[in-house]
Design a protein around this ligand. Structure first.
Ligand SMILES: [Zn+2]
Length: 94
């Protein structure tokens, strides 16, 4: 998964006046590291939380939690992963 955008970027250049900072718009991309995707949930009624590597397993865990605590039916859910930003001219990291 990759998204690109032109980003205002500060660069240090050396010229006849010495070192100075300039700003340029440089195309960058953000790449989500798919191996790090984690799905999580937190019960709104108690401190119960769960993290799984796929959303179906996380949803199953939420339903098991509700089975044990019938009045615990609402959850915050999230999906998170490590992502990194780099100039689009660079090759992708592995
Ligand atoms: Zn709960």
């Amino acid at each position: 998964m990759s998204t690109t955008a032109h980003v205002k970027t500060r660069e240090i250049v050396k010229d006849a006046r010495g070192l100075r900072a300039i700003w340029r718009y440089v195309l960058h991309r953000i790449v989500v590291h798919s191996d790090t995707i984690t799905y999580g949930a937190q019960c709104l009624a108690c401190e119960w939380t769960v993290q799984r590597s796929d959303d179906a397993a996380m949803h199953q865990a939420c339903m098991r939690h509700t089975g044990r605590q019938p009045d615990h039916t609402a959850f915050w859910t999230y999906c998170r992963a490590m992502a990194y930003v780099q100039p689009a001219t660079q090759g992708e990291r592995r």
